[in-house]
Structures are given as structure tokens and as C-alpha cells.
Design a protein around this ligand. Structure first.
Ligand SMILES: [Zn+2]
Length: 256
């Protein structure tokens, strides 16, 4: 009989190790799938019970949006305010879907028309989500440095879009206390306003072309106030909705 040397690894040992590895992988995979299924069911249930809001942070990736006098990039301010608004809305009982959560455009690397594909993807997300409403967050710019204050844009002819825009427009100066007298404005050209199948408002939070407003817009504190105005405006709009869609949500003044 052939004598086995101590410390020699046999093919049988390899087989045992391989089998053990396969078994562990199967167990881990099954557990992962179970966890994923649980999360899917949990989110579906939560979504059914809550009012769904889409928060769209404008631009991203290769598209910086407007560039401020101190080189502030609109895409970064948009995302930061969008995340703060989403957090506040979630804390106040809404189910929030964001079109982007990182500095990324919504197009493929091989896209021939990134801007068009990016906007089409945003519309696809909004359409699939079918929310109660959507707000798209942007920053403004103007050739002269005297323009200040947030302004809302809604799709011309959309009754609910206009009501949402007017509600948000009235809440902003209430919370930011900046004497902003701008009025919500109708627009029939913006792609997102034309294509989104739900009340939608583009929120131009402020002017990056005005140094003092740009200096405010980069601070966490001011961004938080803007987020609070967005959340409060949305809650107030829904509270006044004929269908009373806010019944599952909290106070009309969103808290920090
Ligand atoms: Zn923009």
C-alpha cells in the first residue's frame, strides 16, 4: 500500500474544500436573495401607504449647469439641496424617489446626445414612479449681478402645476425671510415641464450670478432653509389638494 506523506494534500481534500465553498456560496446567495425580497416587499408596502414625491436634482456629471461668479457649480448645489429636501420629506412621512443621488448625468457613456438622453431618462423615472408631484431643483443665472430670489416655473395650462408653483413661491420668502417678490411663471418650452405626467415645478432656488446670493447658496445652513421651504410648500400644496392626499403625512410646516 502506498504510504501518504504527512502534510500532503489529496484530491479528496480539494473536493471537500470545493464542496464546502459551493455550499457556503449557495447559503450566502439564498440569504442575500431573501434579504433583497424582504426589502422589495417592505419598500412596496411603504410606497403604497405614503404619498410619493420625486425630487430631481438638475444637471450632473459632464453637465455642470450654471457656473457662479466664484466658480460654484450648479449641479453640486442642486444635489445638496435635493438630498436635504428628500431627507426632510422622508422624516415628515413622504416616500421620496430621487432621479440622481450622486454627481452623475443620466445618460450612457456612448450616448450621441447626452443632454437629450439625460432629460428623457428623468422623464422615464418620473413616469414609472407616478408620484403625486415632482420638483426639479436648479439654480439661476443672469448677465447682471442684481437678480436675487427663488422663482418657480410650471407648465403653461397645468392647473395643479400652477397651484404647486404658487404655493412654493409663497412659502419661500416666508422661510428665507428675503423679501422675495418674484412670482411663479408659466413656461411651455422646458422639456421636463412638457413631458412629466404629473404636477411638476422647476425651482430656481437663487442666482449664482449674484455674488451675495451665491455665497448664501453654498452654505449648509441656507441650503437647509431652502430644503425646508421646498418640503413645507409640498406639504401645504398636498394638504389643500381636493383628494386630500396628505392624510398619511405630518405637519404642514416641515420641521428640521
Ligand atoms: Zn439648471
Amino acid at each position: 500500500m502506498k504510504k501518504e506523506l504527512p502534510g500532503t494534500v489529496l484530491w479528496k481534500d480539494y473536493l471537500h474544500i470545493t464542496l464546502l465553498f459551493v455550499l457556503c456560496s449557495v447559503l450566502l446567495l439564498t440569504r442575500k436573495q431573501a434579504e433583497e425580497r424582504f426589502m422589495e416587499t417592505f419598500l412596496e408596502k411603504e410606497r403604497e401607504e405614503k404619498t410619493v414625491i420625486v425630487i430631481d436634482a438638475g444637471h450632473g456629471g459632464e453637465d455642470p449647469g450654471k457656473v457662479g461668479t466664484a466658480n460654484t457649480l450648479e449641479k453640486e448645489i442642486n444635489l445638496s439641496i435635493a438630498q436635504k429636501a428628500a431627507q426632510l420629506l422622508s422624516e415628515n412621512g413622504f416616500f421620496v424617489v430621487m432621479t440622481r443621488t450622486e454627481d452623475k448625468g443620466l445618460y450612457s457613456a456612448s450616448s450621441q446626445n447626452k443632454k437629450r438622453d439625460d432629460l428623457a431618462e428623468r422623464v422615464r423615472i418620473i413616469t414609472e414612479t407616478a408620484p403625486a408631484l415632482t420638483v426639479s431643483i436648479h439654480q439661476n443665472s443672469y448677465p447682471t449681478a442684481a437678480c436675487k430670489g427663488a422663482q418657480m416655473f410650471y407648465y403653461k395650462g397645468s392647473v395643479e402645476g400652477e397651484r404647486l408653483a404658487r404655493t412654493l413661491q409663497s412659502v419661500f420668502p416666508e422661510i428665507l425671510k428675503d423679501n422675495n417678490r418674484r412670482e411663479a411663471k408659466a413656461n411651455s418650452e422646458y422639456y421636463l415641464l412638457r413631458k412629466a405626467p404629473c404636477p411638476i415645478v422647476i425651482i430656481e432656488c437663487g442666482f449664482l450670478s449674484t455674488p451675495e446670493e451665491e455665497a448664501l447658496l453654498v452654505t449648509e445652513e441656507y441650503q437647509q432653509k431652502v430644503a425646508q421651504a421646498i418640503c413645507t410648500g409640498i406639504a401645504r400644496y398636498l394638504e389643500q389638494s381636493p383628494e386630500g392626499r396628505i392624510e398619511n403625512n405630518g405637519d404642514k410646516n416641515c420641521t428640521n
